[in-house]
Write a protein that binds this ligand. Structure first.
Ligand code: SF4
Length: 702
């Protein structure tokens, strides 16, 4: 135990539930204890219990690395930063400021996410910044902004779900991704009111067994049609809230006309969900009050993800749920700071406080805080996948923070190839992730138990992350790295390395914006204050949004007519299936962290593909056999997991594994035209038995 170690009340480093934990320094690391907190009620999942193992692993990066042919060599910080700054300067001189790109992450603290957006616009002068939240929350965010005029994942505290009569969960496997959350579903299950929509009989879907509720198992990619069918029934059977709709919404007449096209028999034919089940779900949603509709990545990670989330909001508005006590609509944020990370400037079109970079008043306000002329700020950049597509053509250097794109981005092989065309790839990470393995320079950074900062959880609550241990000698905070690079680049403005000071600046920059943090500080948060944004100066915060009005100028929510853009195509060959990707309980996102925790890796050491028994028979495959999934983009080998918990036309792969086991070797780089969300849940693949066993590699060659 080092002299500067101290017991710290903090939160889990992984998902957006941000379970509360106490980190106690020990002789050889730190011990995790769960803390009582409204979201986790003293519970943690196995990822949280084992999280401290990340802090003391022998493969932590502790010195900057520079590529030398196929190897890395350790270099000093001064040399590394001089070299990075020198190359950035040269590229900017030759190609202009937009030749440098920045790729951020939804796991960064609010302070780092804020500073990264400022660093890109002020120190680098580039518009080319976006982040991996584009692959996570972008569709729900776009739908929330369109309907409500604001995007806060849950516009109410998680604990409000405790008294629910009915909860409709669309495309979310919370029992695996955030297990403590299911405590909040107990009452709804007791009342037979948990309704889960998922093509798989997932861990969450199984919570509907024994009277807990209803599981709807639509064909992959037909979620939007399913919701349109529910809307049709709600209107046709007179279940809509006729008092709420004229008072609190606009657009009902057009929505009613459009809903005519989605009669139940048509919806049954397209989704495979029987008409009586559709009717009983619609009726259940409308009865008794106490109804919540929640969406997750399963319905959002599509080329029509924004419209699907919009349809879910339309359904909630028709039933009079948003802003009504004891009812609501929300989306379940995934990454640890997926909420705060999308509010303070990492998005290509956004300034801190969830302001639009195209809004002259927002630019003037933020430029004043940053001490630069408003017209020096670049305009909007391009979203993540478009940014990755520009690598080697218009973008010649990329700085990556808290993201492992060669595992997590769609069409992963082409992303790796594009990274190889860069003149400079700089990756800040605490392990040599698969993306870091391709870098020219790797900068070792501090991680969660070694740093101060704030995170914003899935319920829009700002939380303190606290330091329990000293970072290894040689690791540096990203705030320090940005400050040093800004100095070397002669950037204007101030570049504090103190998270509390950076938060104060963020609070000022956010003042008056939709995500207003101006009434908050580290000091106030340390008093135990419950802090849901918006939290303007002098206020007490906003646990529940929409109680009186929505955020559009007229105070009303928008009912927006949406249609499926592309109907599901039928399998084109005997071995063709629809691939859906998702998460396992034991691993988190690209697995760069959880694959390094022995207990988690031992529980899920290799890639498995779920197949229905009938499909397995047709393919001549038994449980445990090696199989190959292939399409025009690539091939993946996995071990077959034969289960009745999946449709016969569907195969499921988790996306946590590297090398030849990357599910994203198969996914396509097509995106939602509104949110730029890639299509992760509807990929055509052909599946065959393979003669050899799957190999999980840890490295990807450049
Ligand atoms: Fe809680 Fe999520 Fe951490 Fe699990 S991973 S302990 S659910 S915050």
């Amino acid at each position: 135990m080092t002299a500067d170690a101290a017991i710290a009340d903090t939160h889990c480093p992984y998902c957006a539930l941000q379970c509360a934990m106490r980190l106690t320094p020990q002789r050889d690391g730190a011990r995790v204890d769960a803390r009582e907190f409204p979201t986790n009620r003293g519970g943690l999942c196995k990822k949280g219990w084992t999280a401290a193992e990340l802090l003391t692993r022998g493969d932590r990066l502790t010195a900057p690395l520079r590529r030398n042919g196929d190897r890395f060599e350790e270099i000093g910080w001064g040399e590394a930063l001089d070299e990075v700054a020198g190359t950035l300067r040269a590229l900017r001189r030759t190609h202009g400021a937009d030749a440098v790109g920045v790729f951020g992450g939804g796991g960064l603290t609010n302070e780092k996410a804020y500073q990264l957006g400022k660093f890109a616009r002020v120190a680098l002068g580039t518009s080319r910044i976006d982040y991996n939240g584009r692959f996570c929350m972008s569709s729900a965010a776009a739908a929330g902004n369109r309907a409500f005029g604001i995007d806060r994942g849950l516009p109410f505290p998680v604990a409000d779900l405790d008294e629910a009569h009915t909860v409709l969960l669309l495309g979310s496997n919370v029992a695996a991704t955030m297990p403590p959350f299911i405590r909040h579903l107990s009452r709804a299950r007791e009342r037979g009111g948990l309704i889960v929509v998922d093509p798989r009989r997932s861990e969450t879907a199984r919570l509907t067994d024994e009277g807990g509720g209803i599981h709807l198992q639509p064909a992959p990619g037909t979620d939007l049609v399913l919701i349109l069918g529910l809307i049709h029934i709600v209107i046709a059977e007179g279940l809509a809230d006729e008092g709420y709709i004229p008072q609190r919404t606009v657009g009902f007449d057009a929505l009613r006309v459009s809903a005519n096209a989605w009669w139940p028999e048509r919806v049954q034919q397209m989704t495979g969900v029987p008409v009586p089940l559709l009717r009983s779900v619609a009726r259940r949603l409308a009865e008794n009050g106490g109804t919540y509709i929640l969406t997750g990545r399963g319905v959002e990670q599509h080329v029509d993800g924004t419209d699907t989330a919009t349809a879910a909001i339309n359904l909630a508005l028709l039933l009079g749920l948003p802003g009504t006590p004891g009812n609501g609509y929300g989306t379940l944020t995934g990454q640890g700071n997926g909420q705060g990370g999308r509010e303070h400037g990492q998005k290509c079109d956004q300034l801190p406080g969830y302001r639009k970079i195209t809004d002259p008043a927002a630019r003037a306000h933020v430029a004043r805080v940053w001490g630069v002329p408003a017209d020096s700020l670049p305009g909007p950049g391009v979203p993540a996948l478009e940014l990755l597509d520009l690598l080697g053509d218009e973008v010649h250097a990329l700085l990556v923070h808290g993201s492992n794109v060669v595992v997590s981005a769609p069409d992963a092989d082409s992303v790796a190839q594009r990274l190889g065309r860069l003149q400079l790839l700089v990756v800040c990470d605490f392990f040599l992730s698969e993306t870091a393995q391709l870098a020219d320079v790797v900068l070792p950074v501090t991680q969660w138990g070694e740093e101060e900062g704030t995170m914003t959880s899935l319920e829009g609550r700002v939380l303190r992350r606290r330091r329990a241990l000293a970072a290894p000698a040689g690791a540096r905070s990203e705030l320090w790295i940005m400050s040093e690079l800004a100095r070397r680049l002669d950037a204007p403005g101030t570049w504090s390395t103190d998270p509390a000071e950076v938060f104060d600046e963020l609070a000022l920059a956010s003042e008056g914006g939709p995500a207003d943090y101006s009434g908050l500080s580290h000091e106030l948060l340390d008093t135990g204050l419950t802090a849901h944004w918006p939290f303007p100066r002098g206020s007490r915060g906003t646990p529940r949004l929409f109680e009186e009005r929505f955020a559009h100028d007229d105070g009303r929510a928008r009912l927006v007519v949406v249609h499926p853009r592309r109907e599901r195509s039928e399998p084109s060959g005997a071995a063709d299936l629809t691939l859906i990707t998702g998460r396992l309980l034991e691993h988190y996102q690209s697995g760069a962290q959880t694959r390094r925790v022995p207990e988690l890796l031992a529980a899920r050491p290799e890639l498995t593909a779920q197949l229905h028994p009938a499909t397995a028979v047709r393919l001549g495959v038994s449980d445990g056999d090696p199989i190959e999934l292939r399409n025009t983009r690539g091939a993946v080998r996995a071990r077959a997991e034969v289960t009745t918990g999946i449709r016969h036309d569907t195969v499921f792969l988790p996306f946590h594994y590297p090398g030849d086991a990357r599910a994203n070797l198969l996914t396509e780089g097509v995106t939602d035209p509104i949110s730029a969300m890639p299509e992760f849940k509807r990929t055509r693949v052909s599946v065959r038995a393979a003669s050899d066993t799957p190999v999980v590699e840890t490295a990807v060659s450049r």
